[in-house]
Design a protein around this ligand. Structure first.
Ligand SMILES: Nc1ncnc2c1ncn2[C@@H]1O[C@H](COP(=O)(O)OP(=O)(O)O)[C@@H](O)[C@H]1O
Ligand SMILES: O=C(CO)[C@H](O)[C@H](O)COP(=O)(O)O
Length: 568
């Protein structure tokens, strides 16, 4: 965040609530992270495809990490606080107390997580309406969005939850309410996950048609009837109670929040790439695709005009970068799938022991093991006989089919460490091919993409990054600041503080035409390294070398001729 009228020595705090943990960062005026802390959070899976969390547990974790990152500094220099979080559904009663989202009546488990697939029947019925709002979610609503989950609560937990509910929040909005007492929702959450239109507002006919007319009747008070753009300052800032919890001064500016993927997108998409010879240096920001890869991967592309991409969410106006339309492609499990494949393998205990002995992560160990066993051929060739279809939790984009399942072909009887390493590689390749399908769908609909900007936990894995470059044929840019999602959250706090409103013009010149509000300024960090690709090092077509037509049909691809030809 160079320049500006901000006080000398001003700091901003960003808090990022991911699926597995809560992270906080203390960020300075240049957008550099000075302190970082993280803390795991609880998750419950009371039955298959039901995933729950606790808003109290998450808030407690936010307090722990925030106190840690501000230790040793003068807290009066902190000017703003911003939150981002997964797009999970938080349920509170009229007195803002947690309500159970489960048959067990466990009220501390009051969050239906984003990856919860309990509302399959509800989302099918919603999609059957073919209501016009579905045009803005790629034509098919995902079971991971909020409307099907709300309908599930109404149909399954009427007495214990639905009738008592006073407030349904997206998790990022819950956090900003908890910090300020302001129930206004961020446009980011409502537009991307709740069918709200920034231009037209709520569509009464949708809620009536799907059986959730209750919201219309009470003027949407339970799901939000006051909206603010991300980064807007909320109320009187941090309440005394929240200030005590977080170890911060009361009254500091708190921003309207963002969903985690959107904060990551904001943290990377405006990066200064000059001097690396990248195609996107001379191109508008719309040639960049931010890929936020953690438990899931989210593919965030922006455009000047709305673009409708079948199977890809959006177009959403100003939901990530002000003034631009957003399309969001996604893969529901990527980090989670890699963990699942590796941890479930018979050779995992051996891997763990060997990695521990070398003081390495299992992934660093596996990457070096692949280098050892590759012999004279490129690593990509190790998987000529082993293929993974990665849709273990359905396909979010571009097939938008929650019924798809995962598949592995080419298994043998041996289950040693070499087999584990190769299965891990095939999984990473399959995920990267999933990204390629999303990029192709976006380009076919009108996006013109030249460069990937990766962030999130998986971007710390060099194999994952290189494989994405190889398989998409695009350079991948990583920022020097590895925790870019937190930078995005801190930008919100900086924006809410008002410190950056006057630095816009010089930075617009530097960014060669990126036209935004102050939100992108903090992205102005140096690049750590850039992977440039002269040509694909992976010759192997994805999965399908020897796939029969029958198999392609099983995979749900038969009718998509364009995609099938890619796979041959
Ligand atoms: N250094 C690393 N090397 C390889 N994989 C990593 C590394 N750090 C995190 N990951 C992977 O990233 C995923 C989690 O990313 P993260 O951004 O923390 O997720 P979330 O935001 O969903 O909580 C996990 O699958 C984890 O295994
Ligand atoms: O739908 C999403 C964003 O729109 C994300 O998949 C969801 O928020 C989970 O994120 P993460 O993988 O970082 O935990």
């Amino acid at each position: 965040m160079p320049g500006g009228d901000q006080e000398p020595g001003s700091y901003y705090v960003g808090v990022d609530v991911g699926t597995g943990s809560v992270r906080a960062a203390l960020v300075d005026q240049r957008g550099i992270i000075l302190a970082f802390a993280d803390q795991p959070i609880n998750r419950w899976e009371p039955q298959f495809n039901h995933h729950e969390q606790s808003s109290e547990d998450i808030w407690a974790a936010c307090c722990v990490v925030t106190k840690q990152v501000v230790q040793g500094i003068d807290v009066n220099q902190i000017r703003g606080l911003g939150f981002d979080a997964t797009c999970s559904l938080v349920v509170l009663d009229k007195q803002f107390r947690p309500l159970p989202v489960n048959h067990e009546g466990e009220s501390h488990r009051n969050i239906i997580m984003w990856l919860d697939h309990r509302a399959v029947s509800q989302v099918h019925r919603i999609n059957e309406t073919k209501h016009r709002v579905l045009q803005c979610v790629g034509g098919v609503m995902s079971v991971e969005m909020q409307a099907p989950k709300l309908l599930w609560l109404k149909e399954n937990l009427r007495e214990t939850c639905w009738d008592k509910a006073g407030h349904f929040f997206d998790l990022p909005d819950f956090l900003s309410w908890k910090a300020t007492g302001v129930t206004a929702r961020s446009l980011c959450s409502l537009v991307c996950k709740w069918t709200y239109s920034a231009e037209k507002g709520w569509d009464d006919s949708f809620w009536k048609m799907v059986g959730l007319e209750d919201f219309v009747a009470d003027n949407y008070s339970k799901i939000g009837n006051q909206m603010l753009p991300p980064g807007a300052s909320l109320g009187n800032g941090l309440t005394p109670e929240a200030a005590k919890d977080l170890g911060l001064p009361a009254g500091i500016a708190v921003a309207a929040s963002l969903i985690d993927a959107h904060a990551g997108g904001l943290g990377v998409i405006g990066a200064d790439v000059r001097g690396y010879g990248l195609a996107c240096e001379g191109q508008p920001v719309t040639s960049r695709l931010a890929v936020i890869c953690g438990t899931s991967s989210c593919h965030m592309g922006i455009s000047k005009d709305p673009i409708f991409v079948p199977g890809v969410w959006g177009p959403y106006f100003s939901a990530m970068v002000p003034g631009f339309w957003l399309n969001e492609g996604g893969q529901s499990v990527t980090g989670k799938l890699i963990d699942h494949m590796v941890q479930g393998h018979a050779a995992f205990p051996e891997l763990q022991a060997k990695a521990t002995a070398r003081c390495q992560s299992v992934y660093a160990y596996l990457n070096s093991h692949l280098d050892l066993i590759k012999k004279a051929r490129p690593v990509g060739f190790l998987t000529v006989d082993l293929h993974v279809w990665p849709d273990f939790h359905g396909n979010r984009s571009p097939l938008a089919d929650l019924t798809l399942k995962g598949m592995v072909t080419g298994l043998k009887l041996s289950q040693d460490l070499d087999d584990l390493a190769i299965l891990y590689l095939a999984t990473v390749q399959a995920i990267a091919f999933g990204t390629r399908l999303i990029v192709e769908a976006m380009e076919a609909a009108g996006h013109s993409l030249s460069t990937l900007f990766l962030c999130g936990g998986l971007s710390k894995n060099p194999l994952f990054v290189q494989t994405h470059a190889d398989i998409t044929g695009m350079p991948v840019v990583l920022s020097q600041e590895a925790e870019s999602v937190l930078v995005g959250a801190a930008v919100l706090g900086a924006c809410a503080s008002g410190d950056f409103t006057s630095v816009q013009n010089p930075l617009i010149r530097k960014t060669r035409g990126i036209r935004t509000s102050t939100l992108l300024w903090v992205c102005w960090f140096k690049l750590g390294w850039v992977t440039k690709l002269s040509g694909s090092s992976v010759e192997q077509p994805y999965l399908a070398i020897r796939c029969s037509d029958k198999m392609l049909w099983v995979l749900g691809l038969k009718e998509r001729e364009g995609k099938v030809s890619l796979m041959r």
